[in-house]
Each structure stands twice: as structure tokens, then as C-alpha cells.
Design a protein around this ligand. Structure first.
Ligand code: ZN
Length: 273
């Protein structure tokens, strides 16, 4: 419980250079940012790719290029590749990079919702069953992203069916338009629903960022920071880099008398093989 894993989500599928010119977009920019964040204390990197126009893409080629650049740097960070980086992706392109690159972790969005009130975030049962099996076959640990409580109930169902294998790891994604709001009360509720042997991490988008960060550290959880979730470092202050978020997280973890988990610590905590 003492060691706290920092996941950095440097890019995401949405923020553009006009939202914050410091969002890393190309494989080279992402690889450099991930390496710098690892040196600053991040143990896991949650990766999204962008096409040459800056739109979210599930291009295996972009993942391949980025992962190779990160490995070239002898960066020991755990790679966690998204499976939801483009709402127009097919079920095949959402999993192709997992099968080819076999990252240690991948996101598993355990339910569907109205995303940002504009589009459908679809993760139908047949896809989740297929994704779970592919992750088991390729030894990719699912990070179960929960945008509300129903995602957790779904995960418990899939664990019972053998599609998800315990100990489960959850990421509580809070404050997305269409998902649960980012409040400490909601965080305590979500945490109360997961199995006793599960691990969890959380983040809040926008105004909920700091409350969820502080509460997760206080409650013994793990945390996620980065420009996928927040392009502002503070009110009216654009983030200068993802490293800035990681450095603040490191300071807060230490002030709370916890220890920042290294990537190898995180491998042990998350039961990665
Ligand atoms: Zn993501």
C-alpha cells in the first residue's frame, strides 16, 4: 500500500496543439516525453497515437515506431497501449497492435457510454469478450478503465466468465463528459465496488484533477497524470510538459509519506509476468 504507481498519459486522443502546444503528437515527441517522465518518476506510460493531421489513430505503424523509439532509449517504463484511440477504428485495428507488440498492459474499457455528449463510445459485449481473450493470449494485462460504476459490475461479470483474470487492475476515469463526476465521494464509492485483491488507480479531468489526485494518494491508490486528461497545470496555466505533472505527483507522494514506485515495483504490484 505504501508504494504509489504514477501512470503518465501524455497525449490521449483529443487535445491538439491549439489547446496546448506542448502536447506530444509524433512518435518522436511521444517517445522523448515518455523517457523524460520515466526519469522523473513515472512507472507506466499510457500511449495514444496521432495521425499526421493530429487526429487520434489506432495505426499499428505509429505504435510500432513509438515503442521502438522508447525501447531505443533503454527506458524501462511499463507500456500501456490504448485500445480506444479513435472512435472510427474497427475491432481489428483496436487490437492489432496488442497482438504484434505485446505491450505489458493495454486499456480495457469495460462498458459503453455517450462520449463527450457528441459520440458513442462503443465497447459491445462481443468486442469485450474478444479483447479479453486476446489480452490473455498475448500476456497483456488489462487496465480496466471505469468511467462509472457499471463498468466495474461488467468487469466482475467478465472475471466470473474467465474473460478477465484476477487480480484485476482498475483505472477510475472521472470527470469525462458522459461519465461519473470527479468527486472524492464518487471515488470512495467506486473503490468500494472492486474485489479485495484488486489494485486501482484514478484520475480526474479538469477541476476534479487535484481532488482525485490527493484523495487517491491518501486512500492508498495509484495515480494517473498527464495531458490526455488535463492540458492545464493549474487554473489559467497551461502545462509546460507532462514532466511537470509527474514532478508534482512525486512531490505529493513523498509529502504523504508514501514511496514512488519504480517500474519494477509496479510490475510486482500489478502482477505482470
Ligand atoms: Zn487513453
Amino acid at each position: 500500500m505504501n508504494k504509489c504507481i504514477i501512470t503518465v498519459a501524455p497525449t490521449g486522443a483529443w487535445p491538439k496543439k491549439e489547446n496546448n502546444p506542448n502536447v506530444p503528437m509524433t512518435p518522436k515527441e511521444i517517445a522523448e516525453e515518455v523517457n523524460d517522465c520515466w526519469k522523473a518518476g513515472a512507472a507506466v506510460a499510457h500511449l495514444h497515437m496521432r495521425d499526421d493531421e493530429g487526429n487520434g489513430t489506432m495505426s499499428t505503424e505509429k505504435f510500432r515506431e513509438t515503442v521502438a523509439l522508447i525501447k531505443e532509449k533503454k527506458c524501462n517504463i511499463i507500456l500501456n497501449c490504448t485500445t480506444s484511440g479513435d472512435l472510427n477504428a474497427t475491432e481489428e485495428t483496436r487490437v492489432a497492435h496488442l497482438i504484434e507488440l505485446k505491450p505489458e498492459m493495454g486499456s480495457y474499457d469495460c462498458g459503453s457510454m455517450n462520449w463527450l455528449h457528441t459520440s458513442l463510445f462503443l465497447n459491445p459485449p462481443a468486442f469485450l469478450e474478444k479483447l479479453g481473450k486476446i489480452m490473455i493470449e498475448n500476456n497483456v494485462k488489462p487496465e480496466i478503465e471505469a468511467f462509472d460504476a457499471s463498468f466495474i459490475y461488467n468487469a466482475l461479470y467478465y472475471q466470473k466468465k474467465g474473460i478477465l483474470k484476477g487480480p484485476l487492475h482498475f483505472q477510475f476515469c472521472m470527470g469525462a463528459a458522459g461519465g461519473t463526476t470527479a468527486t472524492v465521494e464518487n471515488l470512495a464509492y467506486l473503490k468500494s465496488l472492486i474485489p479485495a485483491d484488486a489494485t486501482w488507480s484514478a484520475f480526474g479531468i479538469g477541476a476534479g484533477h487535484m481532488p482525485i489526485l490527493l484523495a487517491s494518494i491518501a486512500m492508498g491508490g495509484h495515480i494517473r497524470v498527464g495531458m490526455e486528461d488535463n492540458v492545464m497545470y493549474a487554473k489559467n496555466q497551461l502545462a509546460t510538459s507532462n514532466v511537470q505533472f509527474v514532478e508534482r505527483a512525486v512531490r505529493l507522494i513523498k509529502e504523504a509519506n508514501r514511496t514512488v514506485a519504480t517500474a519494477d515495483d509496479a510490475r510486482e504490484i500489478l502482477s505482470l509476468k
